[in-house]
Design a protein around this ligand. Structure first.
Ligand SMILES: [Zn+2]
Length: 439
């Protein structure tokens, strides 16, 4: 057969193949679909064939061949939980936390998320795009080819739409596929202090109907001297709705109202569950058949078991307790033992986890949550794709899927977890095109 690209002779080719069966659960999370001396052929931006090098070289004629001898070839990472678009930073809060202040104390004093909300409201779309673009570049350089991105630093209809515009703009100009999530319920804005239910009214009655059905034109190019009109495809602005359900944020009842309204409007559901306090958010995620429940640091055992039996993907964000200097992580071993589908994400955000690197998250997950390297890789690819509703399109090297492929400059997949602090990703292909690194 004819192909555009043949990557061959990989020391290990990780297919993470699932044969369309959904995310890998429990013991199946150890199965990387590893082919020694493996090869992958790409045609028209999609995976055409995968198999042993000898078999593919005998039957495939490719316009371009890449020798991956001594290297690992695997699917691009999917980062299913990021807050990529914001303005400013919170280095001062980081230093205050090191001196003993807690995240909740800083939040109660008007810092935390509201501090980033003030900076983001004050910034123009062009500034937000300019500040977010280097983070997206870093994500791609570390192998992320698909990422979910949340709003949530606007908290007015106008400012949340500005963040959706920023996500749309970055998605149009950049190789990484971005999945937009509306997170108007990220914090109770200070102007609604003591009137949280009134803010929930605003989300349910005004924001959600707009972001779910907003077939909008992007009429801005983030270059302030050269603003011109540019039309993007008409489409719903947000694909998911998320709620930060925790102490000091939204209650379970408020989360239920918001997510039920979002579901009625056709949005997929996500929830920040049990990061600091076990309010019952995981039970809510299971009841509402959310696509994912994220954080799960202090989820009660019965709810963790229920989540493991449900179709909702559990997303662990070990970079966040690490970023906060806390020792408590999601009980991932218990979740996998109960048959759960676990995904990993960075939680990239300015308050608790400014980290663009999925390889670092994998290395951390193996140490802090005792995942095996194979489980962590499955969690960062196939299962993460299912956590953003794209499990049939990306996340594994299987025929017909998009050719999002990494070449790692390591001889064995375990080095991805074994080494940390550097970048093992040598080259990144997106739909068959080399978009980062070099050969
Ligand atoms: Zn988050």
């Amino acid at each position: 057969m004819e192909a555009d690209l043949l990557i061959h002779s990989a020391a290990q080719l990780l297919t993470v193949a699932a044969q369309g069966r959904g995310p890998k659960r429990g013991a199946a999370m150890s199965d990387l679909g590893l082919i020694p001396d493996g090869a992958v052929a790409v045609r028209g931006g999609r995976i055409a064939r995968v198999g042993p090098t000898a078999a593919l070289r005998a039957t495939v004629r490719a316009a371009r061949e890449v020798d991956a001898s001594g290297k690992v070839v695997m699917p691009g990472f999917v980062d299913p939980h990021t807050h990529l678009v914001w303005a400013g930073d919170r280095a001062d809060e980081f230093e205050r936390r090191l001196a003993g202040a807690t995240y909740q104390e800083i939040m109660a004093a008007g810092g935390g998320i509201m501090s980033t909300v003030r900076a983001t409201r004050a910034a123009s779309l062009a500034e937000i795009v300019a500040q977010s673009r280097p983070r997206l570049e870093a994500m791609l350089a570390h192998g992320t080819t698909t990422a979910e991105v949340k709003t949530g630093y606007g908290l007015t209809l106008e400012d949340e739409l500005k963040l959706l515009d920023a996500i749309t703009f970055l998605a149009e100009e950049h190789a990484v596929t971005l999945v937009p999530t509306f997170l108007g319920a990220h914090a109770i804005p200070s102007e609604y202090l003591g009137r949280a239910d009134a803010y929930v009214d605003l989300i349910v009655e005004e924001m959600l109907p707009t972001v779910a059905h907003l077939n909008y034109r992007l009429a801005l190019v983030p270059d302030e001297d050269d603003v011109e009109e540019e039309t993007v495809n008409y489409r719903p602005a947000a694909r998911f709705c998320d709620v930060f359900c925790d102490e000091g944020a939204f209650t379970v009842e408020q989360a239920r109202r918001i997510l039920t309204a979002a579901k009625r409007l056709g949005l997929g559901l996500k929830i920040h569950a049990d990061e600091f306090a076990p309010l019952g958010a995981t039970r809510l995620a299971v009841t509402l058949r959310a696509t994912s429940a994220d954080h799960l640091v202090c989820t009660p055992p019965d709810q963790l078991q229920a989540l493991a039996r449900s179709t909702t993907v559990g997303v662990a964000l070990p970079g966040t307790p690490f970023g906060l200097g806390q020792g408590k992580y999601m009980p991932a071993r218990e979740f996998i033992a109960a048959g759960g589908a676990l995904a990993l994400a960075t939680d990239l955000n300015p308050g608790t986890c400014w980290c663009e690197s999925m390889p670092f998250i994998i290395a951390l997950a193996c140490r802090a949550m005792r995942l095996t390297p194979a489980e962590a890789i499955v969690a960062a690819t196939l299962n993460a794709a299912h956590a953003v509703g794209l499990g049939q399109k990306v996340g594994s090297l299987e025929r017909g899927k998009e050719a999002d492929i990494l070449i790692l400059d390591v001889p064995d997949h375990r080095h991805l977890a074994y080494r940390f602090g550097g970048n093992p990703v040598q080259a990144v292909f997106k739909r068959g095109d080399l978009v980062a690194g070099s050969l």
